[in-house]
Design a protein around this ligand. Structure first.
Ligand code: AMP
Ligand code: MG
Length: 400
């Protein structure tokens, strides 16, 4: 890493400059959750499509209390009455049922005395009372959702109500997670001397999935040049984004960089002025993206959040969301790194009208528990001494 380190901001710019949206595909609603909409959604017709009742009660003509009306029929949800309502008449109606022609209002069931074939109206009724007008929610042609929106529960409900049967969404990136290290053991496996559990693999798979990617089954690689090159070749063929953890430093057993070079993956950057996450590597092979993330779990998590997450979102044409507050005030002093910007995990709290960032425990790159309950990353510029309590710091999203 002899070249000067680049800033976090520059590294993020470079990643986005090399990331091209994957394009759209059509899906039905069963496959639409958490996808990024690739079309605007306009209401096909009015919603609701017809004047309907907001209450269980009786369709009548508006007017004063004290009237006794003849019960002449019923309008049920899904089965409208075909009768025309005249003066002196009432038609029983359910919530969501069409208001019969001639009726101008609905009176609630609780506001009448029901006889055998009559009702007596106990309240005065205004015109249109308890009637939902056609188009009250959406008028035909109204734009309901914009391209780029992530489809959560409310968006799915609104799109179905708008009359759509399927949606155009961005294709999901396929992501291959590779963990390098002879020391790695599978979750739950007993540890031999010098071994540790492979915490990065499930974490990075979850982070990819959380960004809308389809994660291929993760693979563990021994610190072996040939095995590394073979696995990377397969990953490049099968996925849009390859995420390798570990093995990108300068140790004698770090084989990822030479293997990528041999496979013709072009290095865009190696080395970011960042703690944790200095030896982050990023490169491309055509439209395929490769991230070499440092092996320490916190470094891998933080560098995924800062660099891989924006790319996975951009591949789906989704704009990266910012934290609710873009800045916060440090709750305690933080010792700065003289040479590198720090991305510390913080919890956010509101205090006296401003957002306060509390460092979430010890910040070393192997302390996985510093990720638990963290709300965001706070950026601490490089410098001597401390960033004092009260310093304003920028926030960036921590992936989940
Ligand atoms: P490396 O980047 O390969 O030099 O690894 C840096 C540190 O991260 C070492 O302490 C590794 O044991 C640790 N490490 C590497 N990969 C993983 C992993 N998949 N899960 C947990 N720790 C890891
Ligand atoms: Mg290693």
């Amino acid at each position: 890493m002899s070249a000067p380190l680049i800033t976090i901001e520059r590294a993020r710019e470079l990643v986005l400059a090399h990331t091209h949206p994957l394009g759209p595909e059509r899906v039905d609603f069963d496959d639409a959750l958490n996808r990024v909409l690739a079309q605007d959604v306009h209401a096909v017709g009015d919603v609701p499509p017809f004047a309907c009742s907001a209450m269980d009660g009786f369709a009548i003509k508006d007017g004063p209390a004290g009237r006794t009306l003849e019960l002449v029929g019923e309008s049920k949800a899904g089965t409208p009455s075909d009768q025309v309502l005249h003066d002196g008449e009432a038609i029983r109606i359910s919530t969501g049922a069409a208001v019969p022609e001639g009726a101008t209002a609905v009176i609630r069931q609780e506001d009448v005395d029901a006889g055998d074939q009559t009702i007596t109206v106990n309240e005065a009724v205004e015109p249109a009372e308890n009637v939902r007008n056609p188009g009250e929610d959406m008028h035909a042609g109204t734009k309901v959702l914009s391209a780029g929106t992530v489809l959560h529960a409310a968006e799915l409900g609104a799109a179905v109500a708008a009359g759509l049967g399927e949606l155009s969404v961005s294709r999901r990136p396929a992501a291959q997670v590779l963990s390098t290290g002879d020391e790695l053991r599978a979750p739950g496996e007993p540890l031999g001397p010098g071994e540790i559990h492979n915490s990065n693999a499930p974490m990075l798979v979850a982070l990819c999935t959380g960004c809308g990617a389809t994660a291929l089954p993760p693979q563990r690689l021994r610190d072996d040049r040939a095995a590394t090159e073979q696995a990377l070749a397969q990953a490049l063929e099968q996925s849009d984004v390859t995420i390798v953890s570990g093995g990108v430093s300068v140790g004698p057993h770090d084989h990822v960089k030479p293997a990528l070079a041999a496979l013709g993956v072009t290095e865009v950057f190696w080395g970011v002025s960042l703690q944790p996450g200095k030896p982050t590597w990023f490169g491309t092979a055509g439209d395929k993206l490769v991230f070499g993330l440092p092996g320490n779990p916190v470094s891998a998590f933080v560098t995924f959040s800062l660099f891989a997450r924006p790319a996975l979102l951009a591949l789906q044409n989704a704009t990266e969301d910012a934290p609710l507050d873009q800045e916060a005030v440090l709750a305690t002093a933080v010792k700065r790194n003289p040479n590198r910007e720090m991305a510390i995990r913080v919890r956010l709290e509101r205090l006296n009208g401003s957002t306060v960032a509390l460092p979430n425990g010890p910040q070393a790159s192997h302390i996985v528990t510093s990720l638990l309950g963290a709300d965001a990353l706070a950026l601490i510029p490089a410098g001597e001494g401390d960033a004092d309590a009260g310093t304003r710091v920028r926030l960036l999203p921590l992936a989940r």
